[in-house]
Design a protein around this ligand. Sequence first.
Ligand code: C2E
Ligand code: MG
Ligand code: MG
Ligand code: MG
Length: 281
Amino acid sequence: QAKLDGKNRYAFYNESMKINTYTQIQDEYDLSQAIQGNEFELYYQPQFNLHTDKIIAAEALIRWNHPEKGLVFPDDFIPLAETTGKIIELGYWILESSIAYLARRKKEGKPEILLHINLSSKQLSDPNFVTLVQDLLIQYDVSAKLVGFEITETLILEDVELAKQVLQIFKEMGICIAIDDFGTGYSSLAQLKNLPVTLLKIDRSFVMDLENDIDDRKIIEAIIAMAHKLNIQVLAEGIETREQWNMLASFHCNYGQGYYVSKAITADQFNLLPQINHDNL
Ligand code: C2E
Ligand code: MG
Ligand code: MG
Ligand code: MG
């Protein structure tokens, strides 16, 4: 019986591997075509000051308007883009589109907004990346002060020295540096203390059960206290309830984003939002 199971499983495993390989090649092809075909779109999720309720920044989040599959979310194609190296091309598109959006807002007389852009590790280790960012800012006549980069702690720990060097250059240019998904990796604030970080984003996993989980509450309070001692501001991601918002505000968390106030929305929708404050993030 056991033998039969093993054999069956083996056959099944083989079969699914074949299917996966096939899908992957298709997807890889699709990804390149999709960039050419303008199938990607940036959505914007507002980030709020928890004490004034005002919008202080936004995060650019990529979506794929797939001709057959409809709206595809980044978790379904960013990992593949990273393993195939396509993230360099896609990352450039994200960067240029973000900066072009800031330029368009300026042209239309909209209030200035700090825009956070997510970076992948391949981008940070790309020797052309710094020049690329500088060139785009000049080309679109956008101030570096309006740009922020979100980088996960895992990404930084891949090569701390390189990260430190590159991030220092960006900081000197006036670009904000945020640590994304903080608390999920293996870094400590001590490891991050020498990095030019201006903002810490507490991962959603600590926020989602805040009302019931006393440990999450203590962890968040400790992260906020330590970050503030190091002159780093804190943003909580994934706020879904008024109660979470209020608790975080009472912990002196500076900023927040989440479905409670707004999910990521299109540029047109974002342009209609009132009361944007540039909060010197
Ligand atoms: P992230 O940077 O941590 O982004 C936050 C994710 O949480 C976003 O998912 C956002 O829509 C979602 N989110 C925000 N508020 C809430 C909430 O209240 N509840 C829940 N359940 N979710 C919330 P999204 O857009 O699907 O992005 C997933 C991840 O994909 C991002 O995580 C980021 O790591 C990556 N990503 C997205 N856009 C880009 C990009 O332009 N470049 C790169 N390299 N990665 C990106
Ligand atoms: Mg992010
Ligand atoms: Mg995050
Ligand atoms: Mg997260």
